[in-house]
Design a protein around this ligand. Structure first.
Ligand SMILES: [Zn+2]
Length: 298
């Protein structure tokens, strides 16, 4: 399958400008995430893939340069799932499982609700971090339902963001795909609702197997030929971690008590591993002092 597919994201404008349509295809091989699927249950890995696909879709629709961050703080099998993606399709994602509730059977299927909050208490946050640091970070709480990442986010976009949206994710062991349709604000409110319903009906009719086994570009262009799609964006999403030495040093200084550092400083370099990409940073004691003076310059 991966021979005919590659990571791909495209956005189209429907020619009457009533809506825009984006899709993502993400190959689930070892190069997509740095985290290997062997260390988590299949259900957790699928959650990671779904969250990432949804995130690429959302960040591709950003109107300015910035990143979308989706964070789930879970109370079930999953303790944390994070995905961060910028408008150029560079993403990093990670999923962590609660050590206490580690399951016996790695291939058992757990529902979204079972993974996140079997008894409530999970938190799903969507944030937008503009590239321009003078702009504020925007945060919204996504209501967790039992229908998965796509339905939860769809509900969030419709209810909280007031953007008429249709979002679906399709996944098997090899590939994850997502489609996002969003209505565009209209200058005149003359346009009838049936346009939107026609579009979503068409999308609803596509079978999961059809979507998984075909190239979405072919499928959507064929399906919407009469709608005349205008491609406005086309790129290949890629894992790219944004960890940097100076950020690591800044966070050590922020979160560590000086007594702790003093004990370690006498002997060793600090070894810090980035959880997203596995890069190991060896921080010399001197760097922690020096960075006080230089902080903000590099
Ligand atoms: Zn990293």
């Amino acid at each position: 399958m991966s021979k005919i597919h590659q990571n791909k994201c495209s956005t189209f404008l429907i020619v009457d400008q009533s809506a825009k349509l984006s899709y993502v295809e993400l190959i689930l091989d070892s190069t997509t995430f740095r985290q290997t699927r062997d260390h988590v249950t299949l259900s957790s890995f699928r959650l990671l893939s779904e969250l990432t696909v949804a995130n690429i879709l959302l960040s591709s629709s950003l109107k300015y340069k910035g990143s979308v961050i989706l964070q789930i703080h879970g109370k079930g099998m999953v303790s944390l799932a994070v995905s961060e993606c910028n408008n150029a399709g560079e993403f990093r994602s990670i999923v962590k499982e609660n050590q206490k509730n580690s399951p016996k059977n790695k291939n058992h299927f757990y529902s979204f609700k079972e993974l996140i909050e079997p008894g409530g208490g999970g938190l799903f946050v969507a944030s937008i971090k503009p590239h321009n640091e003078l702009m504020n970070i925007y945060q919204g709480i996504v209501q967790i339902n039992d229908r998965g990442v796509d339905y939860s986010l769809e509900h969030y976009l419709n209810k909280s963001e007031q953007v008429k949206s249709w979002l679906r994710i399709f996944i098997n062991d090899d590939i994850a795909k997502g489609i996002l349709l969003q209505a565009l604000p209209r200058v005149s409110s003359q346009k009838k609702m049936c346009d939107w319903e026609l579009l979503t009906d068409g999308l609803d009719q596509m079978k999961t197997s059809e979507i998984i086994h075909n190239n979405l570009d072919d499928l959507l262009l064929k399906k919407y030929l009469n709608k005349k799609l205008i491609r406005t964006k086309n790129f290949s999403p890629i894992f790219r971690c944004t960890c940097q030495r100076r950020k690591i040093i800044a966070s050590i200084k922020q979160f560590s008590e000086s007594e702790f550092l003093n004990k370690r400083q006498k002997r060793n370099k600090l070894e810090v591993m980035c959880e997203y990409c596995g890069t190991v940073f060896l921080i010399a004691p001197g760097e922690l002092d020096k960075s006080f003076k230089n902080y903000g310059r590099n």
